[in-house]
Design a protein around this ligand. Sequence first.
Ligand code: SF4
Length: 367
Amino acid sequence: PAVRAQTPTVAARRRSRQVMVGSVPVGGDAPVSVQSMTTTLTSDVNATLQQIAELTASGCQIVRVAVPSQDDADALPQIARKSQIPVIADIHFQPKYVFAAIEAGCAAVRVNPGNIKRFDDKVGEIARAAKDAGTPIRIGVNAGSLDKRLLAKYGRPTPEALVESALWECSLFEEHDFRDIKISVKHNDPVVMIEAYRQLAARCDYPLHLGVTEAGPAFQGTIKSAVAFGALLSEGIGDTIRVSLSAPPVEEVKVGAAILEALGLRERGLEIVSCPSCGRAQVDVYTLAEEVTAGLKGFPVPLRVAVMGCVVNGPGEAREADLGVASGNGKGQIFVKGEVVKTVPESQIVETLIEEAMRIAEEMGVE
Ligand code: SF4
């Protein structure tokens, strides 16, 4: 009898405590969440809320807004109240904005220990205010703004320096019995970043926010983030992710979601298994894959669709998918759940796949 193979999964999640970012749990057994950051002036409430609405529609679960000025701090109450997803205030230089953000009802506050001058004296007050309001704090260390003391000690932002900065700041909060914390230690080099998070994961049980900082334009940033998050998440490290791209934030959310789907940490939506094509191809695989992807965009049920150029791997992959086509001789063999249901001329492959997809959705009771 055939051996029934179990589907392999990534390593079990590292055990972390859980914090609540508004309604979204981060850490513990909560699913890894995807977040992004607005690019509007936070003081422009309408533009910011509009962008948050777009991000929400694209699947963003938590959003961060920058608070570099008093005008931005003044906008927080309205933004926090009207946003459909939890809003985190991102504070770099001024502790007074931390208090304003907590008072404004932000779901969390991000502070950068390297940047907040005389922050250490204020920790007690911040811890008290955050505790009273039930507001978690993200300690967000960034290679580009590492504490000068640590930069002098280590010479550059090494993994050890990033981790020491984060844990030092944590210890200041812990002295005030505040542990509602999550941490990030971002670097633009995925190799340094991966090592920093590994060290951090081994030394504390706080939930971790993964990020490759200044990852670059869309293509490079996507690759860097996918490589770094892929390595860490497959080891069970990471509780929430933010992809940083020099591109509209909606793109960050799409990439973040796709990384989680690729690792099996989130249910896959539409997954196209298409071959790269080669000299054996008997159909234009690129166009076919693009047309099928476009035709099934936003499809309401998870679906794995194989689009294969010839009969070498075609029937095998098509059989493993929910739906598939193996092409050859100007025709396409259409597979549904492993069975050939029909053979159609090449010109009808896309419409037939879409029809069959609709039928699968109907059978599942989804219109
Ligand atoms: Fe080449 Fe056929 Fe494999 Fe596609 S399925 S890459 S056409 S051998």
